[in-house]
Design a protein. Structure first.
Length: 142
């Protein structure tokens, strides 16, 4: 009865670890963003950039070592360039979504920061899983 569920969890374990890192990263990024906005009185869009830079560093370390288990420095420059490229693409998607929510829909800046993070997460996982930290045969899937 539980075998199919266990099989799904095992086959998608990297996704569950990515989600765990994502939750941690979301907390770090969001707290940084909100701290910049509330305490330092920095504009919401500049605060967003600061929070995502801190999140980028945290995310790269955890994803490389724990989620996708790519230890060692042999491929570090290539992985860092790919991770940065994925980050830029996903960040731009997120940032455009944030600007639309705040500037066009006039949604709350704090809530919009949280909602915009969703726009980053899904393409971020897929691109990092199948491009940045993939094996050669996994790249052929795309």
């Amino acid at each position: 009865m539980f075998k199919p569920i266990i099989k799904i969890i095992k086959s998608n374990f990297s996704m569950f670890k990515y989600i765990a890192v994502g939750v941690l990263n979301t907390l770090i990024s969001l707290l940084t963003i909100w701290f910049c906005m509330l305490v330092l009185k920095i504009a919401y869009d500049v605060s967003n950039i600061i929070g995502y830079i801190i999140g980028f560093i945290n995310s790269f370390i955890w994803n490389k070592i724990w989620v996708f288990r790519k230890k060692g420095s042999k491929n570090l420059p290539k992985e860092l360039i790919l991770f940065l490229s994925v980050f830029i693409v996903c960040y731009l998607i997120q940032f455009i979504g944030l600007k639309i929510m705040v500037e066009q829909f006039h949604w709350n800046e704090y809530l919009s920061q949280l909602l915009a993070m969703i726009l980053y997460t899904i393409p971020g996982y897929l691109l990092n899983r199948f491009i940045t930290f993939s094996d050669k045969k996994e790249r052929n899937i795309l």
